[in-house]
Write a protein that binds this ligand. Structure first.
Ligand SMILES: Nc1ncnc2c1ncn2[C@@H]1O[C@H](COP(=O)(O)OP(=O)(O)O)[C@@H](O)[C@H]1O
Ligand SMILES: [Mg+2]
Length: 352
């Protein structure tokens, strides 16, 4: 049997460059080598160059240093007719865009794959783009009947031309607030704001990451995540898991997520069975409402009063072996390498 050649794309020009590299490392290790032959392609952070990476590249955190794509690795020439290195064609059957954030999870790469007629893992152009922009995803979730935080959105242009009207919009929201980039990730640029005097600084911080900002009322509640995987066309929702955050972090910020082991995952979440079932139902509904494919992690808040609020849907969630997505799928008996296999199969069958 000919092996299926899979190009794993990692890095990219987004603030989640390093996390993407770690996820790619996990996939490389778990890939069934009897069936798949991996080609690791990195996208450099600054220039966005596509480069061929050695399979034994460091793709882990070593001494607190996060992995990145080397800017000086051999260039991969990409065009819609194929990929090559030094004039030699790389035969690729399938793309695994293990990229988070802009240019990766936002429909850009997906569009490229469509044009190049390449099968690829995960959601298509539209679902990727909509999920990436929380302000658009919220409208769709809302029209599907899902409960959401009250919030507003404005662009940097509106903020600089007409600050008073932006401030007026924000003034109807009840503190504490969350200010975040509409198309962000990994909590970068996100702050919790308790008083109006620091709102402006939080808005400007969010604008460092995106030209569109969202301000939301803080939902008080536990953070619950549910993984969704498409298996032979059926949508499987994992048991919901709870992110238990060390009290020294005010919320699930970047450090809590990645750096200091300040969070633990409780799977299944310690919530009533009916709430678990309801979250699974809502996660599947969210997945369908955006028209996702392959996989997604759907994040919720579960309030003291039992209120369920959807926060966001990630079409390419963190995918390291210790990430929430694979851990959640394990709760329904699907292993890390099985997830990868299902994703590849799904991608190939969608193209056929
Ligand atoms: N409206 C909100 N209420 C309570 N917490 C929030 C709210 N919005 C964001 N947060 C906190 O900030 C974190 C990151 O925000 P999120 O919208 O999930 O963006 P990201 O894509 O960066 O993960 C959340 O996990 C949560 O801890
Ligand atoms: Mg999040």
């Amino acid at each position: 049997m000919n092996k299926i050649k899979v190009a794993i794309l990692c890095g990219g020009r987004s603030s989640e460059h390093e996390i993407s590299c770690i996820s790619a490392g996990g996939i490389l290790k778990a890939l069934d080598r009897q069936r798949y032959e991996p080609i690791l392609i990195g996208i450099t952070r600054l220039a966005g160059r596509w480069v061929l990476m050695a399979e034994d590249s460091t793709l882990e955190i070593v001494d607190g240093i996060l992995p990145t794509v080397p800017e000086d690795a051999p260039e991969v020439n990409t065009d819609i007719h194929g990929f090559s290195v030094d004039g030699k064609t790389l035969h690729i059957d399938l793309i695994f865009p293990m990229l988070h954030g802009s240019f990766g999870e936002d429909g850009s790469i997906q569009g490229f794959c469509e044009i190049a007629n390449l099968a690829y893992v995960g959601s298509g152009v539209l679902a990727s783009a909509v999920a990436m922009d929380k302000s658009f995803a919220k409208s769709i979730f809302s029209s599907s009947g899902l409960n959401l935080a009250e919030g507003i959105v404005f662009t940097q242009d509106q903020w600089s031309r007409n600050r008073a009207s932006c401030e007026l919009l924000a003034s109807v929201l009840k503190y504490p607030l969350f200010v975040k980039p509409a198309r962000g990730g990994s909590s970068r640029g996100t702050s919790k704001v308790h008083t109006a005097d620091v709102l402006q600084a939080a808005i400007e911080e969010a604008f460092r990451f995106d030209s569109k900002v969202m301000i939301e009322e803080a939902v008080s509640g536990r953070e619950i995540e549910c993984a969704v995987l498409e298996v032979e066309g059926n949508i499987i929702a994992s048991l919901p898991g709870e992110i238990v955050i060390d009290s020294k972090h005010e919320f699930y910020d970047f450090e809590a997520k990645y750096l200091d082991g300040a969070t633990t995952a409780l799977i299944p979440a310690n919530i009533p069975a009916e709430a678990r079932a309801e979250i699974q139902k809502q996660a599947s509904l969210a997945f369908r409402s955006l028209g996702c494919s392959g996989l997604a992690r759907v994040d919720f808040f579960y309030g003291e009063d039992g209120q369920i609020t959807i926060n966001e849907l990630n079409t390419m969630p963190g995918f390291t072996p210790t990430s929430m997505f694979p851990k959640l799928m394990e709760s329904v008996g699907i292993s890390y390498s099985q997830i990868i296999d299902e994703l590849m199969k799904g991608a190939l069958s969608r193209r056929n």
